[in-house]
Design a protein around this ligand. Sequence first.
Ligand code: DMJ
Length: 641
Amino acid sequence: MTTPALLPLSGRRIPPLNLGPPSFPHHRATLRLSEKFILLLILSAFITLCFGAFFFLPDSSKHKRFDLGLEDVLIPHVDAGKGAKHSGIFLIHGPDEHRHREEEERLRNKIRADHEKALEEAKEKLKKSREEIRAEIQTEKNKVVQEMKIREKKPLPAVPIPNLIGTHGGDPEDNDLREKREKIKEMMKHAWDNYRIYGWGHNELRPIARKGHSTNIFGTSQMGATIVDALDTLYIMGLHDEFRDGQKWIENNLDFSVNSEVSVFEVNIRFIGGLLAAYYLSGEEIFKIKAVQLAEKLLPAFNTPTGIPWAMVNLKSGVGRNWGWASAGSSILAEFGTLHMEFVHLSYLTGNPIYYKKVMHIRKLLQKMDRPNGLYPNYLNPRTGRWGQYHTSVGGLGDSFYEYLLKAWLMSDKTDHEARKMYDDAVEAIEKHLIRKSRGGLTFIGEWKNGHLEKKMGHLACFAGGMFVLGADGSRMDKAGHYLELGAEIARTCHESYDRTALKLGPESFKFDGAVEAVAVRQAEKYYILRPEVIETYWYLWRFTHDPRYREWGWEAALAIEKYCRVSGGFSGVKDVYSSTPTHDDVQQSFFLAETLKYLYLLFSGDDLLPLDHWVFNTEAHPLPVLHLANTTLSRNPAVR
Ligand code: DMJ
């Protein structure tokens, strides 16, 4: 799905809401208030004790103390001469009376001692300097924060964990492949190390300016998007020190109680997907706990008249809204339609059905709606439940909705037939109305806009080659061969879009108009921002066909990235793939580490690493296990080291 921040924004942006103070009072005014508050507390405790001494000391003439154990009881005295019993009240006589006098004396002494102690403490406090008192308050605060952290780390209840197969391995069968795979690992190290040095904790890196970078999809807070997105890639590459470093940052710094407005979709696919994958791979509870904490913060986004979530939500206030540029306040198909995988896993891991219910509600609502030509428009108004503009795309704004229908079926161990049917119906309509062959014989996926087909295909739509191949098995009327063929044709077209440039890297979108085929025409469409979709498709094609051309094409792309995107401070996108002297955009996108490098690494690995009958990759390339419900174990994750 197109990162909304990269789309031209039509409509005025509303500035982020600022609804309330930060959660921990660190500022000076609050410290002064706290000091006064503590002094007041001490004084009032002291005064209360004095009052207690004067007015509430047990008077032997009125009360007798019966016992000084845990269940201390003050017994109203009844005149001994007047009878032995009064309903519910015990009388005390003879030797007992002496014992009780002693007890009474002991109690008086205790109160006196407490009184003295409180007085001494109050005097001591008053002797202390401002700084000392401030330090004491800070220590108290740290204690509370520590306690909260310990509470946060408490494990969630144990649930059956799917048997995890292929979390390690994939050693290449020959030297050439081994070298290629090592090269990709080295590129990952370069991207990570530079982020570690110059951008640590920021969402992304500016590799040329050598500083942190962020966009509005992550809100205004430093949420370490690159760390979370990169974790599982580090893990499968065996970069364990780096993985632990990332884990530590997450444990100590990743905080979702921030007054920041984030994209529900982006945070779901990158953060929740990334954390869940890291949890399944490593078995470290902290990732699951953080994923659940974040998911809770996203839930208010679903509070709309229809239950179709807002595009953005403020993590602190829970207030949601939509992008200003999206057709009359609409939510976007690829955003609200790309939550299913992560939300099903959240319900599975927590035992809380709420996440599952939210995404199933979306599905049910979509099923009931009319679809022009059987196509799903990209925009849906969350207030009225009506479609916005009739635009349909398998690229930006639509893409991962189709992907998640197929993957919902795969992830359910092929039991979610409803999802499979929706996928099959959608693909039939897409083939009929959007897929065409160019004069030069290239198969492309166009976009449906205002009643006509625009013969333009986005880099994002190139992912569909992999999707068609992944969906071949189990397709209606056994059209597996057809979908393998279709996937291969899309891969060829996307490869052409790379091959017809000066840098051998693909443009953001390309046209099929007259003599122009698979080439960008407008300057604004000539950029390459380290996107993964073409390499993703090569990898799926490789896994299903083992045709060596996909490894060759993947290697071509890796070399081009190394040659034109690598700078000393990391990797950067380029502004024009048709110019042989590239201008860098100075952004190292988090998906470069999450997806592009992961797919390349897998392309040069054996199929036993993350086998596709056990793992389903979310749209950000985070692998989640198939929920083979008959094949689970209650023991802890076997991958735990
Ligand atoms: C990624 O964040 C995801 O793949 C998303 O679904 C679409 N686009 C970017 C990468 O191009």
